[in-house]
Design a protein. Structure first.
Length: 145
């Protein structure tokens, strides 16, 4: 099956992420899980107006985001996408301001240092809940090669 999949290849050329830089609007939709590679975080840095699909999935910073402030909310079914697109075109300044606020949010909260801080706090909190002292490889009977 893998051989057959490789032979077919993608239906279209896959564009590099940088190709998104020239767009006024970006559509952020999920696949099987939250869109990968912190895509929304990366997209927010571009300053474009983001149309974000309502989602069951979440990334660590989603609770800080506000619809109509950091993104244009779109129904999970995408049924209202055309309506939201028409709104953005009719309200270009407001839509651009949403993109600028998203970009400012990303610069403040989604840089490498803040993401590392989030992980440090998360892992520290989990360590505090751990009811036993961690053991090293030597304690488990592993010997260096």
């Amino acid at each position: 099956m893998e051989k057959e999949m490789r032979a077919r290849g993608p239906k279209r050329k896959i564009e590099p992420f940088a190709a998104n830089c020239g767009y006024r609007y970006l559509l952020h939709v999920d696949g099987n899980v939250a869109s990968s590679r912190l895509a929304l975080a990366s997209e927010m840095h571009l300053g474009a107006t983001i149309f974000k699909q309502d989602s069951f999935s979440s990334e660590h910073f989603y609770p800080l985001l506000r619809p109509w402030r950091h993104y244009v909310p779109v129904d999970r079914s995408l049924a209202d996408l055309d309506e939201k697109y028409r709104w953005a075109n009719a309200n270009a300044r407001e839509a651009e301001e949403i993109g600028r606020r998203a970009q400012a949010f990303a610069r403040e909260h989604l840089h490498t240092g803040s993401v590392a801080c989030y992980w440090w706090q998360l892992l520290s909190a989990l360590a505090d809940l751990q009811p036993f002292a961690p053991r090293t490889g030597a304690d488990l009977g592993f010997r260096p090669a």
